[in-house]
Design a binder for this molecule. Structure first.
Ligand SMILES: *Cc1c(COP(=O)(O)O)cnc(C)c1O
Length: 388
């Protein structure tokens, strides 16, 4: 039922095309500003910008439609879109902390999010990253000045699952805000707010857009938190989602449910193949029953996307590079979540210590974004590259 409701939201929900002369899809409001019939009307609008169209660095009708859809999909009260996932993450973290406070990160997180937290040390904001899935160990790492618990589930590169409900409850008891990056699952497959998480962030540049043609981000939370962010981190930093990109995002959302089902099917077959291959030591895919936390996924997830990792046996940088370079159908590139299959490795050949000691990642780790190509072409490509 939920998936069917969500499919409806991805389509016409909140589009109100009757206001747009019945246009089949909402038009792109590419204008920077809106004019008023009197100066008094302008003054009223400026004084309450969150509810008025004044200037596109504030509220824009095309962007607003995307925001209503994303809020509805996450079952959140409100959403604000941004010019990239990092803009949304920056706004969410900055709105939640003050100088001398601490951010506790759980599990592997996106490298630029880590970079942001390192950067924030110059304002007296500290952070620690605890690589565990154990709630007790998470609890032990909470400090007196911890203001935020931040994580991704599944975690970056390692695809471990964190218990949303348990962590949310632990944080709430201590008045700590929780922020979850839900880019991997999309709101179709996981809704962190329904487990008590305070703020969800997304990179819309991945599955939500889905066609490698737009940069965007989103933050979904309570009316109160989003209203604060609108006035401060959104309006003042100015990292707006372009109305043109918002229109592409609306188009991406129309096919999201169908794309996600297809990614899931292809990814499960790919994980199954890799799991049985003698050159592969380990597969990290939460949708495969071999995943050590498969039971927890059943409690908090509705499905699984197409991003996974696996570990090559006897891996050196040269072995990793040789495998990647032998792929044909699967392209070499950063990012993920689009129609095309993509591969990278966090092993750059010069970062072995950091990889193993800081990130606890295996040198043979390959990250694979399983796309929408024919599944025989994807598996055939991996097979020949493993044998090469
Ligand atoms: C890509 C990504 C981001 C950053 O999003 P951008 O749109 O590239 O700024 C954040 N979190 C995760 C998990 C990502 O994969």
């Amino acid at each position: 039922m939920t998936f069917e409701e969500d499919t409806q939201i991805c389509m016409g929900y909140s589009e109100q095309v009757e206001h747009f002369m019945g246009a089949a899809i909402p038009p792109i409001f590419g204008n920077t500003l809106f004019t008023f019939s009197s100066f008094e009307n302008l003054v009223d609008a400026v004084l309450d910008e969150p509810s008025h169209y004044v200037y596109t660095r504030g509220k824009n009708p095309t962007v607003e439609i995307v925001e209503k859809k994303l809020a509805a999909l996450e079952r959140g009260e409100a959403c604000k879109c941004f010019g990239s996932g990092m803009a949304a993450i920056s706004a969410a973290i900055l709105s939640s902390i003050k100088a001398d406070e601490h951010v506790l990160c759980v599990g592997n997180i996106y490298f630029s999010t880590k970079g942001l937290l390192n950067y924030l040390s110059k304002f007296g904001v500290s952070h620690t990253i605890v690589l565990t899935t154990d709630p007790l160990e998470i609890e032990r790492n909470i400090r007196a000045n911890t203001a935020v618990i931040y994580f991704e589930s599944p975690t970056d590169m390692s695809f471990q699952i964190l218990d949303l409900e348990t962590i949310a409850a632990m944080a709430k008891k201590r008045n700590i805000l929780t922020i979850v990056d839900n880019t991997w699952a999309t709101p179709l497959f996981q809704k962190p707010l329904t487990f008590g998480i305070d703020i969800v962030v997304h990179s819309a540049s991945k599955y939500l857009g889905g066609h490698s043609d737009l940069m965007g981000g989103a933050m979904i939370s309570s009316e109160e938190i989003i209203a604060q962010v609108f006035k401060k981190e959104f309006l003042l930093f100015g990292a707006v989602l372009s109305p043109y990109d918002a229109s592409l995002l609306l188009r991406g959302l129309r096919t999201l449910p169908f794309r996600m089902k297809a990614h899931q099917q292809n990814a499960l077959k790919t994980a199954e193949f890799l799991d049985n291959h003698p050159a592969v030591a380990k597969v990290n895919y939460p949708g495969h029953s071999s995943h050590p936390q498969y039971e927890l996924t059943q409690k908090q997830m509705n499905g699984f996307s197409g991003l996974m990792s696996f570990e090559l046996k006897n891996a050196t940088f040269d072995r990793v590079a040789a495998f990647i370079n032998s792929l044909n159908t699967i392209k070499i590139g950063v990012s993920w979540g689009s129609f095309e299959s993509l591969v990278i490795s966090p092993n750059y050949g010069n970062n072995l210590d950091k990889l193993q000691q800081e990130d606890h990642l295996n040198p043979g780790l390959i990250r694979l974004s399983v796309g929408l190509e024919n599944i025989d072409a994807i598996i055939g490509d991996i097979k020949q590259a493993l044998n090469a």
